[in-house]
Design a protein around this ligand. Sequence first.
Ligand SMILES: CC1=C(/C=C/C(C)=C/C=C/C(C)=C/C=O)C(C)(C)CCC1
Length: 313
Amino acid sequence: MFNKIVKILNKIKNKHIDFPNLESIIIVGTFFSLWLAVIFEDVIEHVMAYVFILSFGILHGANDLTLLQRTEIKKKSTRNYMKILLYYVLFVFGSVLIFYLVPSLALVVFVLFSGYHFGEQHFISKTISASFKTNVLYFAYGTFILFLLFNSNNLATSEIIKNIIGYSIPISVFKVGLLLSGVISVAFSLILVLKNELKINPIKELFFLGIFFVVFKTASLLWGFAIYFILWHSIPSLYDQIFFLHGQINKRSFRSFVVTSFPYWLISVAGLLFLLFLFRDNLEKSLAFFFSFLAAITFPHVLVIKRLNQNQN
Ligand SMILES: CC1=C(/C=C/C(C)=C/C=C/C(C)=C/C=O)C(C)(C)CCC1
């Protein structure tokens, strides 16, 4: 009883947000964003999407170096930090180079990596223990969400892909991808639930998928992506990262997270804005560059978060 009272007081004092509340906020935010998609035309949706991706989206990956440092068993030292920074920068530039040299391979790897990363974020708190089967589920679920988005906006997606890789791919690729990833997701979630290795509420999961379907069908490609990426991925991920670094979620830990992220955030946003400025006259080309840049900073981020989750297990 006493512990409960202390917990409630602590919540009020720290304005602590617990996960069920965060989920409700995300659902309300999604419907609000959906309403914005109905009243605004594509150009406004694009501006809103860029603002969200550049703020929360980039922010959720801007503390990777600190997270990496924390997960290092070795003692922290300046030299250690410099080494991590050097590897990180090399990794980002290596990704850019691969996008430039073999764009089709880079794009496939990017979509697969992202799928795993989205699925991992969605299911990690509902997974009892990590295994090959949970990895397959993360991968299949995340790619299913991406293929749902691509199918709902197939022409716009294939146009951007054409700008990245230089040739068109058949729209049927999205349908096959959706079907395959959907079947694998259902099969592996069933196996994991039956083995008591996954704690999910199937009705709730289907409800979420229904929301994503309506959002992707109603919003433009970029706004639909931004709604999922920010509300359903970046905000829960920010929450987990702040918790990992500070042990609690309150104004102070959030501020500290923003302060340490700021230099990396600024460098990424300045680089991205510069690219968008260069391609300002050609929306399709600028979107292609935008996604390639996002990919370059995503590759190391996916590995850092994977490591963080392994560390927590
Ligand atoms: C939406 C979209 C694409 C994929 C974007 C992806 C996969 C983004 C992933 C971002 C992540 C995982 C960020 C970091 O956390 C394509 C294929 C470029 C085509 C055009 C539309």
